[in-house]
Design a protein around this ligand. Structure first.
Ligand SMILES: [Zn+2]
Length: 127
């Protein structure tokens, strides 16, 4: 006896090929469009937070190559610590968080160090 299968979109019974998941092409398309819209919105929200974090770091560092500041100054500006583009384990065991070419690391319980892009920092020191 075959196990009854139901359309992933509308829940109607599905007949035909064993791997068929939708009752019709309309349901298949609607299901994919809905899922795509959901993931697109999630990505848009995360990207917005990361962009805001980046702008906060950029404003905080100004034209310096690095700057130490209290962690709560970032929080006050709306920085969300869980949103970043990559983590780096430094040779001495420290962990550096980055958003594109800007990074920060916690240097003690109250302060962090923000660093600008390496190349920009080199250029600045040559000027
Ligand atoms: Zn359906």
């Amino acid at each position: 006896m075959k196990t009854p299968r139901f359309c992933l979109d509308c829940g109607s019974a599905v007949s035909g090929r064993a791997d068929k998941k939708y009752c019709s092409d309309a349901c298949r398309i609607q299901y994919h469009n809905r899922n795509h819209r959901i993931t697109q919105n999630l990505a848009k929200n995360v990207n917005r937070i990361i962009r805001t974090n980046y702008l906060i770091l950029e404003r905080c560092i100004g034209n310096q190559s690095e700057r130490e500041l209290p962690l709560n100054e970032l929080e006050i500006r709306g920085f969300r610590f869980g949103f970043l583009t990559h983590l780096s384990h430094l040779p001495d065991g420290r962990l550096r968080c980055s958003i594109y070419d800007l990074s920060w690391e916690k240097i003690n319980d109250k302060n962090c160090l923000i660093q600008g892009p390496e190349k920009s920092a080199e250029k600045r020191s040559l000027v």
